[in-house]
Design a protein around this ligand. Structure first.
Ligand code: FAD
Ligand code: SIN
Length: 544
């Protein structure tokens, strides 16, 4: 393993999903760009998005309505300025996705040319009072990724390094309690095992979510919260991590790996039922299946516990079979491959960890609390989602904030602003190759299981305390293992998972009320104005 390679560019983008690529494509107009992706280019949460991207598009819809829906779902914790800005800039961000080649589904024309942009088909999802979700059938994320990766590849200023895992940010020493500036990151090349210094004048953190911290998740394997862990270690403020969103409906099947059944099915009339066929959502919320996601996930969890069920059913079979096959071709095929025909009867579903509403705290220009470090997309906490994200608002936020982040980062790159300090090459010390993989797999499994059991949809003070005690122990073991052994991607991820798990638990413990996605049976009521603020965590000492 060698540790002396260095790469330099004006902009470093850690992450190649919708947020990172939106930023990178714009940044290529202003300088050289390095994009790191920890796996292959197409492996990102973005590629798995089904329902679509929410924005005011129809003439019958209004910004005010989208703003109010977002704020209502956010259970008192949304930042109104963030909501207003992101909602109002949504249409332009979507037009840019279209200009870059994204083909959203159009009304009844199956891809034929249309005269007006109003002819895009608009989906309906929970918590939205209008149809406003642009989609590419039920594979929206894959289509957006196709367009963005092609656009990035066509720009000579962008160099994408796949299979490069960012390990730590390169930050100057803190002074007077303030974190020092960020000048890039150390990254492990998974193929050569080299650890490289990647130097940049502005770094965009766009590493996505952390679903892998839970045993059952809709997220792909890359989602291990690396960005939150790296930023926190470097001294950035992170916020609202207690609000982890559980998607109500994933296919229940041992081989399905929590395959998502899009909320858009409920938007088209799918009904949640008990095994005897009784619908139950009306008992929980007047909007029934289209209630905000936290309400639906908790209702399912409660029915499963009450009746001792492993799953509940979702039924769309009352809709026309051709419509189902046309509107949800991918979900239809996947379900059929597991023996369930959506057109003929109900399918078994369970909730799974889906989306990190909290993250690295940013302002509306994507500035973090670390100079020269920006964050956008799922890794960031802008204030848009509050205590519960409205469906299909995350692709929207990522697209808008990737653009806004570029506008801010361009300034700092253009201003010159001095040369980066000399950072040392990565020093492996006396680390040796590990012979004990079981250390990794065991800790990994423990964290994910305890997060699922103790820090899931329903929490209690005792469960949170237990979770914290165990995580501290595991963290201590990982710390020793980490410095004694040569680094690999699994060890980097495990260390980050443990860090994020601890931050989620600490945030949950400090919120002694129930609100949005955070439900604690020992504090079941929503608290007063003293709780209407983000939960902010920052390392007590700002050493790296
Ligand atoms: P991602 O798309 O997750 O990209 C993260 C990138 O960071 C990847 O390239 C990864 O390789 C890289 N990375 C991570 N760590 C490192 C590291 N240490 N070093 C280098 N690179 C790293 N939202 C909606 O709005 N609408 C939907 O319909 C929708 N459906 C969804 C369905 C599923 C199954 C899932 C999982 C999510 C869905 N979401 C949806 C959420 C949405 O897809 C994500 O929030 C969004 O795509 C996140 O984009 P991003 O650019 O922030 O991160
Ligand atoms: C879905 O299609 O149900 C996912 C939408 C989202 O997570 O926003």
């Amino acid at each position: 393993m060698t540790h002396n390679a260095q790469i330099s560019s004006d902009f470093l983008v850690i992450g190649g999903g919708i947020a990172g690529l939106t930023f990178a494509i714009k940044a290529a107009e202003a300088g050289t760009v390095t994009v790191l992706t920890k796996a292959g280019s197409s492996e990102a949460n973005t590629a798995y998005a089904q329902g679509g991207i929410a924005s005011v598009w129809s003439v019958e819809d209004t910004f005010e309505s989208h703003i109010e829906d977002t704020i209502r779902a956010g259970a008192g914790l949304c930042d109104r300025a963030a909501v207003e800005t992101i909602v109002r800039e949504g249409p332009e961000a979507i037009r840019e996705l279209i200009r870059l080649g994204t083909r959203f589904t159009r009304v009844g024309t199956e891809g034929a040319e249309v005269d007006s942009e109003q002819e895009y088909d608009l989906g309906q999802e929970g918590g939205h009072s209008h149809r406003r979700v642009l989609h590419a059938q039920d594979l929206t994320g894959r289509e957006i990724m196709r367009a963005l990766t092609e656009a990035a590849a066509a720009r000579p200023n962008i160099r994408t390094l796949e299979n490069h895992v960012a390990i730590n940010l390169l930050v100057e020493t803190a002074t007077a309690g303030k974190p020092g500036a960020c000048w890039g990151a150390y990254a492990l090349d998974r193929e050569t095992h080299e650890i490289r210094k990647v130097i940049s004048r502005a770094t965009m953190l766009a590493t996505g979510g952390a679903g892998k911290v839970y045993l059952y998740t809709t997220n792909p394997d890359i989602a291990s919260g690396d960005g939150v862990a790296m930023a926190y270690r470097a001294g950035a403020s992170v916020a609202n991590l207690e609000f982890y969103q559980f998607h109500p409906t994933c296919l229940y099947h041992p081989a399905a790996k929590s395959f998502l059944i899009s909320e858009a099915l409920r938007g088209e009339g799918a009904i949640l039922k008990l095994p005897d066929g009784t619908p139950f959502m009306k008992r929980y919320h007047p909007d029934a299946e289209l209630a905000p996601r936290d309400v639906v996930a908790r209702a399912i969890d409660s029915e499963m516990k009450r009746h001792g069920l492993d799953f509940v059913y979702l039924d769309l079979s009352h809709r026309d079979a051709d419509f189902i096959r046309r509107r949800f071709p991918n979900i239809f095929k996947r379900c059929l491959s597991f023996g369930y025909d959506l057109t003929k009867g109900p399918i078994p579903v369970v909730p799974a960890a889906h989306y990190m509403c909290g993250g690295v705290q940013t302002d509306l220009d994507a500035h973090t609390s670390i100079p020269r470090l920006y964050a956008a997309g799922e890794v960031a906490m802008t204030g848009l989602h509050g205590a519960n994200r409205l469906a299909s608002n995350s692709l929207l936020e990522a697209a808008v904030m990737g653009r806004r982040g570029f506008a801010a980062a361009r300034e700092i790159v253009a201003s010159g602003g001095g040369a980066p300090p000399e950072f040392p090459q990565w020093d492996p010390g006396r680390a040796i190759r590990s012979e004990e993989r079981v250390m990794i797999t065991q800790s990994w499994d423990e964290i994910r299981r305890l997060m699922w059991n103790y820090v899931g949809i329903v929490r209690s003070d005792r469960r949170l305390e237990r979770a914290l005690r165990r995580i501290e122990l595991i963290k201590d073991e990982i710390h020793r293992y980490y410095w004694d052994h040569l680094l690999d991607a699994d060890t980097i991820e495990l260390r980050n998972l443990a860090m994020v798990a601890e931050l989620v638990v600490r945030s949950a413990m400090s919120r002694r009320e129930s609100r949005g996605l955070h439900y604690n049976i020992d504090h079941p009521e929503t608290g007063g104005p003293e709780w209407v603020h983000p939960t902010i965590l920052q390392k007590p000492d700002l050493r790296i």
